[in-house]
Ligand binder design. Sequence first.
Ligand code: FDA
Length: 320
Amino acid sequence: MLRSWLIYLSKAEWARRIVTHWKIAWRVASRFVAGETPEDAIRAIKALNARGICATLDHLGENVTNGDEARQATDEIIYILDEVNRTGVKSGVSIKLSQIGLLLDESLCEQNLRRILERAKSHQNFVRIDMEDSTVTEAALKMFRKMQAEGYRDTVGIVIQAYLYRSQEDIRQLMAEGARVRLCKGAYKEPPEIAFPKKAEVDANFDRLTEMMLDGAARIGLPRASECGHYPPIPAIASHDEARINFAREYAEEKGIPKDALEFQLLYGIRRDLQERLAAEGYPVRVYVPYGTQWYPYVVRRLAERPANLWFFVSNFFRG
Ligand code: FDA
């Protein structure tokens, strides 16, 4: 109930206007967001790299409302790819297709994506397409496959959400294509016609999809995480749920899959202890580092995932 309400608020323009004017809101947001500028983000990545952890950088923004905004977001993503290259930090980039125009015009989005991938390819870097709500799943997969076919196979990856019923079939196909996939539970509100309503069902599907991804990677010779920290292996397990992480570790061990043929991904500001523990155990770990001024929907989704975070918000509010 609380989760649904928060997910509704994450999309409500009226709520965004009110909350982003509260002085304390940024104090709360900054727990989950590395800062407002590219310099802030690169600084956060340097600190992660010093702890043996790679990053994927996200210039926050989604659902742009006109072509100029989509082009501006594309320029910013290209700029950050240049900055990653210039500073030599171990980081790729994550993007949302709605940020570069998917909901306005598919062909505009495709042109923008191609520009981003071309720059990433020239820097030998990697771009992950985040998965948004189920209204764009099909379009995102179609765009991803088109780019793979155009020669960006090593440059682009996709995300699959374990809460969707369709995901087993998607993973089966993506593994046959040798695609790099980040698996997450899913952060949006989806109806029971298309998504598992119960957490236990999502968790069980997450484990099943993990098995399919590890088996799929084994079938094509277990490509490893690259030394430069840019190219991830085929399976990226994105979760803070230790039961899911342990399942992946145990299944990989049982199948003789080496540690650097999978990667664990976690969000900036969440379970830093777990990030460090996994890295110390020799697993590639990548932290998703968001930055920018458009933090509202991202941060409210983080509150929805863990209602206890709301108390953090409330206590800051009363401290003023
Ligand atoms: P779960 O929600 O069961 O949480 C397990 C435990 O983790 C909690 O008990 C708590 O300890 C901790 N935890 C989880 N979330 C927390 C939070 N917000 N604050 C504090 N503690 C928290 N989703 C999507 O739909 N599309 C996408 O592209 C992505 N991309 C993505 C990248 C990466 C690197 C990660 C880690 C996650 C995503 N997600 C995502 C979000 C994902 O779908 C999911 O909503 C969150 O990861 C929370 O789910 P968990 O797997 O952590 O499990």
